[in-house]
Design a protein around this ligand. Structure first.
Ligand code: ATP
Length: 287
């Protein structure tokens, strides 16, 4: 299998916080959603793989090339969108387009103008006069116009309304239609990841809590509401975590199919990414 990103034992230590020993691989052509609460270390991880931050340890390879040896070539092939504008806001899209055409070998001016049209972005208006959503759409137009193979998004859809986000998700889906285009996307809006992610990586307190296929989460995890007596009957290995509620317990279970075989009438809800994240962070674990 070929990978867009391979990270081995990445560690970045700050005075009061560390991202520790993170390893992950993203197969080409897939979407990896990076989740974790505020301050978990997602941006530190993303900044490390972009060489914005220097890790203390670790190996990073992007599109099959070592980051530190081939940084310039790699940066031609990737695009990054943060939750803020990259460009001087006194500039107009027409000028930014000219500037980027000189920076990127693969710049496609027709694609750029088509995307601006599709997103209703005025070509000759200063970026500072755009709404937040327009600014983000402009970022996407710039990012996609140099035909990157690997798109890295750090909370870049979080400020957008549901209609804009849906349009962007559609664009991202098209982007990964072939096996050559890959996305790493950190987002607090886990319902967006439910729509497009193939893999979910969960960072908690600077550690990788898990990396799983979306299919695994969808097929094997579930949420049940039950009384204490029922909770005691479920095998401890199948309980990921539970929360006490006013009238009983909510339990995140794995091995859903096995549990359904034993408790035939049991109602098990699908677990969303948000459920999984909240139970792992806030739930209690059986002893
Ligand atoms: N340059 C820095 N110097 C010292 N500490 C830093 C620096 N950058 C980040 N940190 C610390 O690293 C921790 C993780 O921050 P990071 O931005 O990676 O988290 P995050 O998961 O992206 O959070 P959020 O979802 O809120 O954006 C925080 O405690 C932050 O204060």
């Amino acid at each position: 299998m070929e990978y867009a990103l391979e990270v081995k034992n990445l560690t970045k230590e700050y005075k009061d916080f560390a991202v520790k020993d993170i390893s992950l691989k993203i197969p080409k052509g897939s979407v990896l959603g990076l989740i974790g609460e505020n301050g978990a270390g997602k941006s530190t991880f993303i900044n490390s793989i972009l060489n914005i931050v220097k890790p203390n340890e670790g190996e990073i390879s992007i599109l099959g090339k070592d980051l530190y040896t081939y940084e310039k070539e790699i940066k031609e092939e990737i695009a990054v969108i943060f939750d803020r504008s990259h460009y001087n806001e006194n500039l107009k899209p027409s000028f930014v387009g000219k500037m980027l055409s000189k920076i990127y070998k693969n710049w496609d001016n027709d694609k750029f103008y088509n995307l601006l049209k599709e997103f209703n972005i005025p070509v000759d208006k200063k970026i500072k006069q755009f709404s937040k959503g327009m600014k983000m759409k402009f970022e996407f137009a710039c990012a996609l116009s140099h035909s990157p193979k690997f798109l890295i998004l750090d909370e870049s859809t979080s400020g957008l309304d549901p209609v804009f986000r849906d349009e962007i998700l559609e664009i991202l889906r098209d982007f990964t239609m072939d096996e050559e285009h890959t996305i790493l996307m950190s987002s607090h809006i886990t319902s967006d990841l439910d729509k497009i992610a193939d893999y979910i990586a969960f960072i908690h307190n600077g550690r990788m809590k898990f990396i799983k296929t979306y299919e695994d989460i969808h097929d094997n995890y579930g949420v049940i509401s039950c009384k204490k007596e029922f909770l005691d009957n479920i095998s401890k290995e199948d309980i990921v975590a539970y929360k006490k509620e006013t009238f009983g317990y909510k339990v995140l279970i794995k091995n859903r199919l096995e549990i359904m075989k034993v408790f035939k009438d049991l109602q098990i809800e699908n677990a969303s990414i948000e459920d999984v994240m909240l139970f792992y962070i806030k739930g209690e674990k059986s002893a």
